[in-house]
Design a protein around this ligand. Structure first.
Ligand SMILES: [Zn+2]
Length: 86
């Protein structure tokens, strides 16, 4: 595999993981949790969204973090799992 190929693959993987708010503008059938959660590991505000029988994770970088409940986001817990497997 060339360097360029591996870079492209890494980028693709990132794009799949990061779900942007604007990609899912359909409010119909979209149920959000009552509160936002802050990940103490990566410091991002995130939220579980149930949408068409799927669970999506939305990340909000512009929202203040104080007063939110703290929970490790799925991305960090995934990283922690792969670390222990290593
Ligand atoms: Zn996190």
């Amino acid at each position: 595999m060339t360097i360029l190929e591996s870079v492209a693959l890494g980028k693709d993987r990132e794009n799949n993981k990061v779900i942007s708010k604007s990609s899912y503008n359909t409010k119909e059938g979209k149920i959000t949790d009552k509160y936002l959660t802050v990940c103490p590991s990566c410091n991002v505000v995130w939220e579980k969204v149930h949408w068409r029988n799927k669970i999506l994770i939305e990340y909000y970088h512009e929202i203040p973090r104080y007063g939110k409940r703290k929970e490790i986001c799925p991305e960090c817990s995934e990283k922690a799992i792969s670390k222990t497997e290593y």
